[in-house]
Design a binder for this molecule. Structure first.
Ligand SMILES: NC(=O)c1ccc[n+]([C@@H]2O[C@H](COP(=O)([O-])OP(=O)(O)OC[C@H]3O[C@@H](n4cnc5c(N)ncnc54)[C@H](OP(=O)(O)O)[C@@H]3O)[C@@H](O)[C@H]2O)c1
Length: 314
């Protein structure tokens, strides 16, 4: 798994990690090029808070696009893997769907044990939306939180009914990129500033990416461009901030409303047929199956920071 990203971990380091797979201190060596005393303190705290990778710690987790599809599943799965007194911030524009999820989590075993789930009705494509998310995060943070997780999941497919040569309106393209690229970079930056590096606080930033970040799909110029740019932003972040764990997770073809849109609106007949065939042949993944792989990656915490990891490689 560690070899599936862009940066291959030297084999001797992989062997060392395998020999001491239960040691968070050892696995920390895989991703910290500079092992400062501050990082060492952080790692020891992480070891205490997440013994043997069975939970993610006492978490403040922000999930964008939590109203449906993959984001909603992430919220449900995450609720089972965090310590009591953790807080989940559920972000999207659809207030009713968020409140229904919030109520479901409050009534769940995790909710009864002390998990706090809160809806943040916000448009991540607007600065005001980002401000609201950061404010809610600060309000829900407490000294007991030992792991801040931001899941940049919200996205849109864009207009896939046309080919690249028809996109002459800069305003239309800018608006798409604002929601799908700028928002995730600016939200991540704001959240990292709000919760700076300090002993005993792990910080993880996930970008939900796609095969389209790596491969061009005819008539999907907005989506492919957005996913490629967004992924590069998180790769740069990983290079710049060695103490932040950055994961570009590609969830595979999911049985969500985005797939319905892909099947019904894609202009390119070959691409449209391949999506229809995948659906007809039962090859779409459930959000639960893909999310289980994402949670495995987060729990093991041994991926190369900044790597693109595909569901089929986990
Ligand atoms: N489905 C796939 O096959 C597939 C494959 C690879 C990668 N992905 C990626 O996986 C992620 C989740 O996709 P999905 O299939 O679950 O999509 P989806 O069912 O269309 O859900 C998208 C989510 O994003 C939210 N969202 C959209 N625009 C927003 C905005 N302006 N502000 C706040 N929230 C917004 C939506 O909530 P509201 O409408 O309530 O705001 C919704 O919760 C995306 O990043 C997608 O690119 C999906």
């Amino acid at each position: 798994m560690a070899t599936s990203g862009f940066k291959k971990i030297p084999e001797e380091e992989e062997e060392a990690a395998a020999a001491a797979s239960s040691s968070t201190v050892t696995s920390a060596l895989l991703y910290n090029t500079t092992f400062s005393s501050q990082t060492h303190t952080h790692t020891l705290c992480a070891t205490m808070s997440s013994a043997e990778g069975t939970d993610l710690g006492r978490v403040l987790c922000i999930i964008t696009g939590a109203s449906r599809g993959f984001g909603r599943t992430i919220a449900r799965e995450m609720s089972r893997l965090v310590k009591p007194d953790s807080a989940l911030l559920l972000v999207a524009r659809s207030a009713d769907d968020l409140r229904a999820l919030q109520a479901e989590l409050a009534e769940s075993e995790a909710g009864r044990a002390g998990l706090k789930a809160q809806s943040v009705v916000a448009d991540v494509g607007q600065m005001e939306g980002l401000e609201n998310i950061v404010r809610a995060s600060e309000e829900n943070f407490s000294e007991e939180i030992d792991h801040m997780i931001l899941i940049n999941n919200a996205a849109s497919l864009g207009d896939v009914s046309r080919y690249a040569k028809s996109f002459t309106d800069m305003g239309e393209v800018d608006s798409y990129l604002s929601l799908n690229v700028s928002s995730s970079l600016c939200l991540s930056a704001r959240v990292l500033q709000a919760f700076p590096q300090r002993p005993c606080l792990r910080r993880t930033v996930v970008n939900v990416t796609s095969l389209c970040a790596l491969q061009p799909f005819p008539s999907w110029v907005l989506y492919c461009t957005g996913k490629a740019a967004r992924e590069m932003a998180f790769r740069v972040l990983a290079e710049e901030e060695p103490d932040v764990r950055v994961l570009n997770y590609s969830p595979g073809p999911l049985d969500t409303s985005m797939q319905v849109e892909a099947r019904s609106r894609t202009a390119d007949p070959t691409i449209r047929k391949s999506f229809s065939d995948m659906c007809a042949q039962g090859k779409l993944l459930t959000c639960e199956a893909s999310c289980a792989k994402l949670m495995k990656l987060l729990l093991e915490d041994s991926y190369t920071s900044g790597a693109h990891i595909d569901v089929y490689d986990v």
